[in-house]
Design a protein around this ligand. Structure first.
Ligand code: SF4
Length: 320
């Protein structure tokens, strides 16, 4: 009987259409996957469907210049230590160790760079990396996101909207983490990580140098959850984005973001609906078609073609 039930379940699962998360073999989403949907969801989907599409040489140069500025900032605070990883558990262990170091350094009132954040949003595991956390002169915990720009002026409102969403989501995930919302089972259930997996020699040594003795993934995870639950780290008070001109490395301007939890949740809900297979992807609205002229997928975009066809049909209906 049990076998019959199992077979039935397997058949039902096979018949159910795969969600985009399943189709792209994703066990989690990055914050940047969701913020890309603010700009154009269809474009974000094309990037996943066609990862081999080559970026124009100019875009690659711009991205590399941005990475160099980020790296230079990171190196102001600490050296990069290469650590060999042998398993998925090792790779997540590095993120967990970085969280432990973040907690330690924030407790000392120090500035922290490249802080990993994660959590579950509407049943989906979401991961991101905060550029910088520091305390202001007023004692507020501030998130500072660095955005580099090829052009020597501030971004247009559509780009700012994407960036505002991104930092707001970072705050949401970070606040939930320091309020002790992470649990062991989200790592096993969503990421399918093995708790008893031994950590690689280099990971164990790296942890020991930082003052943590751990042998398997579970040791480290328990340590992180304990530290987060009992941390006296406050939620993020202030969200700020610095826009830097790549070529000259000069500050173009700073945006202070007003956090709006309701708006963040409503946008996240809408974006996650796509990943959970509850609706089709959406391209840009008609007033935003200027974005298409910067898009790599403009020649193959179904959304754009369908919009153009419906406009032609409407105008011919009007004429007749
Ligand atoms: Fe989005 Fe326009 Fe690109 Fe299509 S062509 S993916 S609608 S930006």
């Amino acid at each position: 009987m049990a076998d019959v039930e199992r077979r039935k379940k397997r058949t039902a699962k096979r018949k159910r259409p795969r969600t985009p998360l399943e189709a792209f073999h994703l066990s989690y989403l990055c914050v940047t996957d969701l913020s890309a949907q603010v700009w154009c969801e269809q474009q974000a989907v094309y990037h996943k469907e066609k990862p081999g599409v080559q970026l124009p040489e100019k875009t690659t140069v711009v991205l590399n210049a941005g990475k160099s500025i980020h790296l230079a900032r990171e190196l102001q605070d600490h050296n990069l230590v290469p650590v060999k990883t042998n398993s998925r558990e090792d790779r997540w262990a590095i993120k967990l160790l970085n969280i432990l170091l973040t907690i330690t350094n924030l407790r000392k009132g120090q500035r922290v760079r490249e802080c990993p954040v994660f959590g579950v949003l509407e049943g989906v595991f979401v991961f991101g990396i905060i550029d910088q956390l520091n305390y202001t002169a007023k004692g507020e915990l501030q998130l500072n996101e660095l955005k580099t720009r090829e052009r020597a002026y501030m971004p247009v409102p559509a780009q700012k909207k994407r960036d505002h969403f991104q930092v707001s989501l970072y705050k949401h995930l970070f606040d939930a983490m320091v309020q002790g919302c992470l649990t062991q089972d989200i790592f096993t259930h969503h990421l399918r990580l093995k708790l008893k997996q031994s950590l690689g020699q280099e990971i164990q040594e790296h942890a020991q140098k930082a003052g943590f003795v751990v042998q398997c993934f579970e040791d480290l995870l328990e340590l992180v959850l304990l530290n987060l639950t009992h941390s006296d780290i406050p939620p993020i008070d202030r969200l700020q984005i610095e826009y830097i001109h790549q070529q000259t490395n000069t500050l173009l301007g700073t945006e202070v973001i007003t956090y709006d939890q309701d708006e963040l949740m409503s946008m996240s809900h809408y974006f996650l609906d796509y990943w959970k297979g509850q609706r089709d992807p959406k391209g840009v609205d008609i007033e935003d078609t200027w974005k298409c002229s910067y898009c790599l997928f403009v020649d193959i975009c179904d959304w754009r073609r369908r919009k153009a066809d419906s406009l032609i049909q409407k105008s011919s209906e009007k004429k007749s």
